[in-house]
Design a protein around this ligand. Structure first.
Ligand code: NAP
Length: 492
């Protein structure tokens, strides 16, 4: 079939398919509406909005990015209850925003896209339910931390009680008065420790690697402040800006420069926090042997308090296997348990996968990404025209607000979409040389970061290179302000 001519393209409204109805998918829909595009569908495999906040419902779940920063810039919420609000409140916020902008009308829930192929100038979409669709553009809002990683521990299926991943919490299982094991000490496990101690009879935290923990108090926001934010949006905006600048100037600088005074400050705060642990043996067990922020930094208001509770038990012996009644460690001891929670993180190299993605001339994304995923500015992939990712590979991840990242990225993507809307071209994708050059520069810049100072972490790819944005956040903002069109292949 011949391609649409430029004239046809202009006479027909552009059609968009957005994959995923989480934070970035809702954002995409709102921004498309705002730009006057009405022909779009969000495909969501689950039955409601919310993405990561729909999936992560474990006890203690919250966002450790302060709430007045972790909301859309165009829809600030004066009613956040805490500096770092709990997960159910964040989920309700996203659902409210989706409702406010009538996004439901354009969303197909319970529909999982299984295959997309670029043919004859358009994307052809197939769903697992056998539906077919077509679109001029695909926006992949599929999330980063989405596919649970299950540990390779012997006997995982032998445990006779409930066993589930932190992102698949089984709410039919009561935890009150139970002996619960947590495997892992990432941000999820640390939040769960604070969320479960005092409710369960015994909490066993199986630690493979200790973590540095930055103390982040989480007070309630009082009524007076909420009322101020309701009646004076400028006051709320200035609170947001303060958080934004503080984060950009301090934390974002600390992680990209292992020799920075900002990182030294983070290290000092973490060390002082560890010193609050009174038992010297426990303190030593909790003491990491790598630099703070090498792994994704844990922010917690209460972890050390919770782990010092008499009902909490830190297990540092390596796990030998899981047995019907509990977990046996290499010292031969069986820790008898009622429930096991795998807080073992996510497969962070998936992005759009397992969707089968076929680009120009039959090129398969799975082959292009066989070694590892990559994307120019984490947005565009050579030979995959008119497909743009939000929070794609190697973007600013970790302790950053992914909402800010996605908003900046969408504004950038919109400028590329405009090229097609204006009839300047029909297909936009990054040139291979530009993508390669960007990746070379990125890999080089990661050498200065704290992420390569000697630790195991999900930031590191198969080569041990951080899969993240290694420059200042200000540089990201600058890059996102205006696409360098010479880096793009614009097919008429
Ligand atoms: P994670 O940081 O990847 O932590 C996984 C944990 O499981 C690590 O402690 C790891 O140990 C351990 N582990 C993995 N396999 C194991 C095995 N076979 N035996 C024993 N231990 C094993 O996962 P996560 O805690 O779910 O957090 C992932 C990311 O989600 C975070 O880094 C963060 O970006 C995001 N998150 C954000 C928030 C928030 O408030 N914004 C909250 C939760 C999560 P090692 O350290 O030894 O590898």
């Amino acid at each position: 079939m011949p391609k649409n001519t430029s004239k046809e393209q202009q006479s027909k409204p552009l059609r968009f398919v957005v994959i995923g109805a989480g934070m970035a998918g809702i954002l995409s829909a709102i921004k498309l509406q705002e730009a006057g595009f009405t022909d779009f569908t969000i495909y969501e495999k689950a039955d409601r909005f919310g993405g990561t906040w729909r999936e992560n419902t474990y006890p203690g779940v919250a966002c450790d990015v302060p709430s007045h920063l972790y909301n859309y810039s165009f829809s600030p919420n004066p009613d956040w209850t805490h500096v770092c609000s709990p997960g159910d409140e964040i989920l309700a916020y996203f659902e409210d925003v989706a409702h406010k902008y009538s996004i439901e009308e354009n969303t197909k829930f319970n529909t999982e896209i299984s295959r997309i192929e670029f043919q004859d100038g358009r994307w052809h979409i197939e769903t697992g339910q056998g539906e077919k669709d077509e679109a001029d553009f695909i926006i992949a809002a599929t999330g980063v931390l989405h596919h649970p990683s299950y540990p390779d521990i012997e006997g995982l299926e032998d445990f006779k009680g409930p066993l589930f991943h932190s992102a698949r919490w089984d709410h039919s299982v009561p935890i009150e008065g139970k002996r619960v094991a947590l495997i892992g000490t990432g941000s999820s496990a640390i939040q769960m420790t604070g969320g479960m101690v005092g409710t369960v009879s015994d909490l066993y935290l199986f630690q493979r690697t200790p973590q540095w923990v930055l103390p982040l108090p989480n007070p309630e926001i009082d009524e007076e402040t909420k009322e101020l934010y309701r009646t004076d949006p400028a006051a709320m905006q200035s609170a947001r800006e303060e958080l934004y600048n503080n984060f950009s100037d301090n934390f974002a600088t600390a992680v990209i420069d292992a020799n920075s005074p900002q990182l030294q400050m983070v290290e000092q705060l973490c060390k002082a926090n560890l010193d609050t642990v009174t038992d010297p043996e426990l303190r030593e067990q909790l003491h990491p042997d790598y630099r703070a922020a090498c792994k994704r930094l844990i922010m917690s208001p209460n972890f050390y308090e919770a782990i010092q509770d008499p009902s909490a038990h830190l297990i540092t012996e390596k796990i030998s296997r899981i047995e019907p009644n509990g977990i046996r460690t290499v010292d031969g001891k069986l820790h008898e348990l009622d429930i096991i929670v795998l807080a073992t993180g996510f497969r962070v190299d998936r992005f759009l996968r397992p969707i089968e993605v076929v680009g120009r001339d039959g090129v398969a994304l799975d082959e292009v990404w066989a070694q590892r995923p990559s994307g120019y500015l984490s947005i565009s992939i050579p030979n995959f025209p008119n497909l743009f990712m939000l929070n794609g590979p190697n973007g600013p991840v970790g302790n950053f607000s992914l909402i800010d990242v996605a908003e900046l990225q969408f504004a950038y993507i919109m400028q590329l979409i405009d090229l097609v809307k204006q009839g300047r071209c029909q297909e936009v994708s990054v040139r291979q040389e530009a993508a390669d050059h960007f990746e070379e520069d990125r890999v080089e810049a990661t050498k200065n970061t704290v992420w390569v100072t000697g630790c195991r972490s999900w930031y590191l790819d198969d080569r041990g290179v951080p899969a993240s944005w290694p420059w200042a956040f200000s540089r990201f903002r600058e890059e996102m302000a205006k696409p360098k069109l010479e880096h793009y292949e614009l097919v008429p």
